[in-house]
Design a binder for this molecule. Structure first.
Ligand SMILES: [Zn+2]
Length: 80
């Protein structure tokens, strides 16, 4: 007797979320975009924690199209 168990996997996530580093959702679906936990002090590169009315959430700081993401040499310009 065979049991045909089929797991539904619409999308297989293998790349960690750029915002929180967790595998399992897209960057735009990150819960951090709605609310950042209190114990979290920093988010992924290209994102920043924004405090609005006492609540913190992550916002994308990248204004360039995703296609140009590989050309991120600008962070070498460390102005100090
Ligand atoms: Zn995330």
């Amino acid at each position: 007797m065979h049991s045909a168990v089929v797991f539904t996997r619409p999308i297989k996530f293998t790349i960690p979320c750029k915002v929180c580093g967790v595998v399992g959702h897209l960057n735009d679906d990150c819960p951090y975009m709605i609310r950042v936990p209190n114990n979290v002090t920093e988010v992924g590169k290209g994102y920043e924690i924004v405090t609005f009315r006492g609540k913190r959430h992550a916002e994308s700081m990248v204004l360039s199209p995703p296609d140009l993401a590989d050309a991120q040499d600008w962070d070498a310009a460390d102005v100090g």
